[in-house]
Design a protein around this ligand. Sequence first.
Ligand SMILES: [Zn+2]
Length: 126
Amino acid sequence: MSRRKKKFSCGHRGYGQICHRCQQEQVDRTNKKQRKDSWEETFERDRIDLRTLPKNVVIKARNIIQDLETKKSYLDFRGKRLRHDRFAISIPVTRKYRLLCRDRGSFLVPEAVVSHEDYNVCKPGG
Ligand SMILES: [Zn+2]
């Protein structure tokens, strides 16, 4: 059996029938794509659209939404009622993002996650 390195059509050198470097790259690409696809699929389960947000914000917002569903109070997350709309509740997600919810009496409905800038724009007189 020859152990001489040979040159593959891709230009790499190595042993065997196929180029292991290219094979490994292919595996890496496939894994990366699968990770991306499964991350994208998680958005289909969200009640509100979180696709445009940074990953850490998405994860934190989901945790808060889930906790709110299990009857935790918005006060546990330092949420506040908006002054101009007492049925709207703003919950800090990160320093930059807020989760806006609507008070439906016995439960809260998440409506959107907005950045601090967006939030200030839609706040009348604020
Ligand atoms: Zn190769």
